[in-house]
Design a protein around this ligand. Structure first.
Ligand code: SF4
Length: 69
């Protein structure tokens, strides 16, 4: 059975497109684990999950963050 809730965010490029996306927000829990939160989920939750399944390889909402490779 797959656990519900946010997934631990791999560090570096294993997060896929989210790694360089302007809409990514890293959140950290009290144990120091990091998660990728998609800020687009706030305005378009039907299109973008709050915690996307990583790595994201295709995403209609992707926009490269300024200064990211
Ligand atoms: S818009 Fe797509 S690529 Fe960007 S953070 Fe959300 S899920 Fe990741």
């Amino acid at each position: 059975m797959t656990p519900a809730g946010p997934r631990v965010t791999p560090a570096g490029p294993r997060a896929g497109l989210c790694e360089s996306c302007a809409h990514r927000q890293l959140v950290r829990n009290t144990r120091g684990s990091e998660f990728t939160l998609c800020r687009r989920s706030r305005t378009e939750p039907e299109r973008f999950p709050r915690y996307p399944r990583l790595p994201v390889t295709r995403c209609a909402g992707y926009e490269r963050a300024a200064g990211r490779a």
